[in-house]
Design a protein around this ligand. Structure first.
Ligand code: HGY
Ligand code: MN
Ligand code: MN
Length: 407
């Protein structure tokens, strides 16, 4: 088996220990373990001869510039933040493999520089607002977002300052005109490659995603003295709505809808819940189907609230259209997969990725590796050595193909 694949997997498992929670992996945007990850990844970047800096959005960036080469560069990378109680590979593997690809590309006499970015934020866990890192690199970070607060009341602006960075320099994080493209290597996070017995796939598009925050506002009261017909129970309304969301998604081909977060107040056994905060995540490969579903789901929330004498408040936290990958880079990737001796598989991504933001700024492509058990956003998330080795071979072939094209 491949030593470099085994080392890459060990590296991801080492980084997984850099966590807000001992014994599990939780690493939100610019929390203290991110300093540890930066130190660790920075030393690898420096050992590869890269010049390294952290931009104002907290992205760790290493540049490898072959001697005599102009500023033209190709970017590789993925994110280093995680969901709560995460696995070791979502995001981090794409950074570790990008550095391995740089290590082998140094032999290739590439006609361009390579930049590796460890994006600071992709999951949207800390501020309910995803892709902070890649938005900054794509020149799409809206300064109005600096006021968003986390659950401790800390704003994005303060989080950036507390990490030792200057939010006034966010605009400088944007990639300049010398960046010719972006590649993200990532685990599939689903069951398709495993079911088909394949190691890797080129990604053709990333599905659209809408995320909402909602509040059902009823009235807290005594659980013993308030008759059932005089209650305004926000949690009972939430339960009715959640099962409706599930039913709607189940009957709509290709739609997935998730209420992943729920906070009831006052959250006591003998008090009728007066307020419930909820999240909603809706995805479909066709934007029109996703938008229609979101409208339908919100109408149901409103109808349930009205019938029960509750108020509904909601806001959109994210609304990203489905994004096609660059056709030319996807063709290079399919060639690279075949050139490395694997079947030329391509597929859409059901998960969101930094690549969907970067695609608005520059030609972008992704490479997926098989996810054993189709499992992700779970501590048992895994990856196989043979698939990591396949991804490294394909990544190298992809860069050769790209270099041949632009030489
Ligand atoms: O939620 C997603 O699709 C991604 O894993 N951030
Ligand atoms: Mn994820
Ligand atoms: Mn990810």
């Amino acid at each position: 088996m491949s030593d470099r694949a085994r080392r890459a997997i060990e590296e991801c498992r080492t980084i997984a220990h850099m966590s807000e929670e001992p014994g599990s992996t939780t690493r939100r945007f610019l929390t203290s373990p991110v300093h540890q990850v930066h130190q660790h990844v920075r030393s690898r970047m420096e050992s590869l001869g890269m010049s390294v800096h952290v931009d104002a959005a907290g992205n760790l960036r290493g540049l490898w510039k072959p001697s005599g080469e102009s500023n033209r560069r190709f970017i590789l990378g993925s994110h280093i933040d995680t969901v709560p109680d995460a696995g070791a590979f979502d995001g981090v593997l794409g950074v570790v493999l990008a550095l391995d690809v740089v290590a082998s590309a140094r032999r290739l006499e590439l006609p361009l520089s390579l930049e590796v970015i460890a994006f600071s934020e992709e999951e949207g866990v800390r501020f309910g607002f995803p892709f902070i890192g890649s938005r900054a690199v794509a020149g799409r970070f809206d300064a109005a977002m600096l006021g968003l607060k986390d659950s401790d009341g800390i704003t994005i602006r303060q989080a950036i300052e507390n990490f030792g960075l200057d939010p006034g320099k966010l605009e400088d994080a944007a990639a300049d005109e010398h960046a010719v493209g972006f590649l993200e290597i990532h685990i599939e996070q689903g069951p398709v490659l495993e079911a088909e017995g394949l190691n890797v796939a080129a990604v053709t598009s990333i599905v659209g995603q809408t995320r909402l925050d909602l509040e059902l506002i009823g009235h807290a009261n005594h659980a013993g003295t308030t008759p059932m017909h005089l209650r305004r129970d926000a949690l009972a309304a939430a339960a009715e709505w959640i099962t409706k969301v599930e039913a709607l998604a189940t009957k709509t081909e290709g739609l997935v809808a998730t209420v992943g977060k729920l906070k009831a107040q006052p959250n006591a056994g003998n008090v009728i819940p007066g307020l419930v905060e909820l999240s909603l995540d809706v995805r479909h490969v066709h934007d029109s189907a996703r938008r229609a579903a979101v409208d339908d789901i919100v109408e149901h929330a409103q109808a349930i609230a009205t019938r029960r004498g509750l108020a509904l408040d909601w806001s959109k936290k994210m609304d990203e259209p489905s994004v096609p990958m660059d056709e030319r880079l996807t063709a290079f990737m399919t060639d690279a997969i075949e050139g490395a001796g694997f079947p030329a598989k391509s597929m859409p991504s059901g998960a969101g990725h930094d690549a969907m933001i970067m695609a608005g700024r520059m030609p972008t492509e992704m490479l997926f590796l098989r996810s054993p058990g189709g499992l992700s956003h779970h501590p048992d998330e895994a990856v196989r050595e043979e698939d990591v080795e396949a991804a490294l071979q394909v990544g190298e072939k992809f860069l050769q193909r790209l270099a041949a094209e632009i030489r």
